[in-house]
Design a protein. Structure first.
Length: 253
């Protein structure tokens, strides 16, 4: 088993049971306790577990939401591949909404310069990146800016979305599962995400494989509302098949 496969197995076990212990993992995975501790360190740096005495707890159990800078520094190659694959879902012209997030931020970086698009965003940071592009009309949703995600939320974000009809919504998520759909830790942010999906003719989810099987506090969408789910090659065949059986087109970049 490769290190990344082992780490994903540890993460899945932590999420399923609420906690993992070093000794038990070492026995189950047939590796040394030092190897397990290194794996837990990698997962903690990725912001998906919190180390505790003798083991680790998934961050969802702690109600913890990693900051943008922490999330942006992990799974970078995977996020870049996902963003490039998402370009196939762009309309030739028209309008899109791009949700605040580190993977959707990579999509902003690679938007082509030869398409005339109106781009709606709920992130001042993404709006700043896009504003200098002559081929784009950029609309920034107002509202309260959440310090942890740098996303705008509350009524000043929701009201404009109720009046829009865009071609595609490119969505970010903290978690996605066949049991609970799309979830995020914050209720206000979930409301904006839900409104984004509602304002779009098509919804495309951009999520690296670490988001799968992760359920957070607030649901903002069902799998039935997705037209496509773009992830990376780290997603296993069985999980991809489970989503496809529920009518979701899965692209692994």
């Amino acid at each position: 088993m490769y290190a990344e496969e082992r780490q994903q197995a540890i993460l899945a076990k932590a999420r399923a049971h609420g906690r993992v212990d070093v000794v038990g993992l070492a026995t189950e995975l047939a590796v040394t306790t030092e190897t397990v501790r290194r794996d837990l360190t990698v997962l903690e740096r990725a912001g998906v577990v919190r180390r505790v005495h003798g083991g680790a707890i998934p961050v969802e159990r702690l109600g913890f939401e990693p900051a943008v800078a922490t999330r942006d520094a992990v799974m970078t190659a995977e996020k870049e591949r996902i963003a490039k694959a998402a370009l196939a879902e762009l309309p030739e012209e028209g309008s899109v909404v791009i949700d605040a997030g580190t993977t959707t931020g990579r999509l902003v970086d690679v938007l082509p310069a030869d398409r005339e698009l109106t781009v709606v965003v709920n992130s001042p940071a993404l709006a700043t990146k896009l504003a200098t592009r002559a081929n784009l009309t950029v609309l920034l949703l107002g509202g309260r800016v959440r310090g942890r995600t740098l996303a705008t939320v509350d009524e000043w974000s929701l009201a404009p979305l109720s009046q829009l009809c865009v071609d595609v919504a490119f969505m970010a998520t903290n978690g996605v599962s066949t049991a609970h759909g799309l979830t995020t830790p914050d209720l206000a942010e979930a409301a904006v995400k839900r409104a984004m999906i509602g304002a779009a003719r098509r919804a495309v989810l951009l999520a690296d494989h670490t988001k799968f099987g992760n359920d957070c506090l607030a649901r903002f969408g069902d799998l039935s509302g997705l037209d496509a789910l773009i992830t990376d090659s780290g997603l296993d065949d069985e999980t991809a098949a489970d989503f496809e059986q529920r009518g979701v087109r899965v692209v692994r970049a």
